[in-house]
Design a protein around this ligand. Structure first.
Ligand code: ARG
Length: 364
């Protein structure tokens, strides 16, 4: 993370300088003679203020005889203004927005993805928001979740319902990849659990409202671990037909010989609209009267050999947005078998539960 952040800062600092230089048509090392003639039209931005060069003593945005507290020293050497001129600034006219700025750090891979020797194996650090849920005694794998901030993981309620009253019996591990060996360049971090908040309407029979918020008993050191990051929250309901990714350590087949995976796996799955999903699930043993709870679930997959499976419960289904960031849109909930043609996997509808998740995060 330290390296990535340094790169980011280097990038943005130089971009800002370039913009600044553009704005004032002025380049470093230029002499007075080379400076352009000042004109009222030459505006530039300093500290989010709009500035221009004016004759000394004529900066009068306040109508107070040229003495304006908003005159700023732009701090450049040499001054962006010619001799005899001063910079005169006024704050931008737009009011500060009440909408919080989007989190620019969530949903980013801090370790470049490399080609894997095994098809379906995730590249180390490709899903830095993936949380492994373990029993504290024996560190047995329970399921997965997704890191939303430094102290909260969201998962499927069916994976942690048994721990709602004894959260101290659980452990959350972040930044892991090979669950059975410590071969990774960066080690995972294990954190105790302070609280498990189940959705109040979670139904353990049909998995309606299958969502829970885990409050960690410690702060995940996101910034110092390249293999750990948060996922972004969705910003809109998921759009059908796009390809998204699900990751996890669940079984590689539904059949009795299916095996839990040591190294994290990934698979791309298309989002299936709810009507088609319901129609396809009616073709399974669920039968023609099956009704998909559209508040609770979204679907993805239905392609042969590509699906989440037993043990992947609570794993995030993530889609990449046009900013390059990954948003969590679903949590592995259930399926009919695994990876059969035309039988999509069913995921908790993260977008629909976002208000509840946000509230639980603030209060948990
Ligand atoms: N209920 C399973 C678990 O919690 C997940 C099953 C997902 N199945 C599927 N075909 N996508 O591990």
């Amino acid at each position: 993370m330290a390296i990535a952040l340094a790169v980011l800062l280097a990038c943005c600092a130089s971009a800002a300088v370039a913009q600044f230089e553009n704005g004032i048509s002025f380049s470093e090392g230029s002499t007075n003679a080379a400076k352009p003639t000042q004109s009222a039209a030459t505006t530039f931005i300093v500290n989010q203020q709009n500035c221009r060069c004016v004759l000394i003593g004529t900066c009068a945005f306040n109508g107070n005889n040229g003495i304006d507290i908003r005159i700023v020293n732009v701090g450049t050497t040499p001054s962006p203004c010619q001799t005899g001129y001063q910079s005169c600034c006024t704050p931008p006219t737009s009011q500060p927005s009440t909408v919080p700025p989007a989190d620019t750090t969530c949903g980013i891979r801090k370790i470049p993805v490399t080609r894997q020797p095994v098809v379906g194996q995730a590249s180390f650090g490709a899903y830095p928001w993936q949380a492994a849920l373990l029993t504290k005694a024996g560190e047995n794998y329970l399921g997965s979740g997704v890191l939303m901030d430094a102290t909260h993981v969201v998962t499927a309620a069916h994976k942690v319902a048994a721990y709602a009253n004894n959260p101290e019996a659980m452990l959350v591990r972040l930044g892991d990849w090979n669950g059975r060996a410590s071969t990774e360049p960066y080690q995972p971090v294990s954190v105790n659990v302070a609280r498990v908040v189940l959705h109040p309407n979670f139904n353990s029979v049909n998995l309606d409202n299958d969502v829970a918020v885990i409050r960690l008993n410690g702060v995940v050191p996101i910034a110092s671990y390249p293999n750990i990051n948060t996922a972004c929250k969705p910003t809109a309901a998921v759009v059908a037909n796009q390809r998204c990714y699900v990751s996890g350590w669940g079984k590689n087949a539904f059949a009795p010989n299916g095996q839990y995976q040591a190294i994290m796996r990934e698979v791309d799955v298309p989002i299936i609209d709810q009507a088609s999903c319901e129609a396809r699930l009616r073709q399974t043993r669920l039968g023609p009267n099956f009704v998909l709870n559209r508040n609770s679930f979204i679907c993805a997959g239905g392609e042969s050999g590509k699906d989440a499976c037993t043990g992947d419960g609570g794993s995030p289904l993530v889609c990449q947005t046009n900013t390059g960031q990954w948003q969590v849109v679903g949590l592995v909930a259930w399926g009919i078998g695994c990876a059969n043609t035309n039988v999509p996997g069913v995921y908790t509808n993260f977008w629909n539960f976002l208000p509840w998740i946000n509230a639980a995060i603030t209060t948990a």
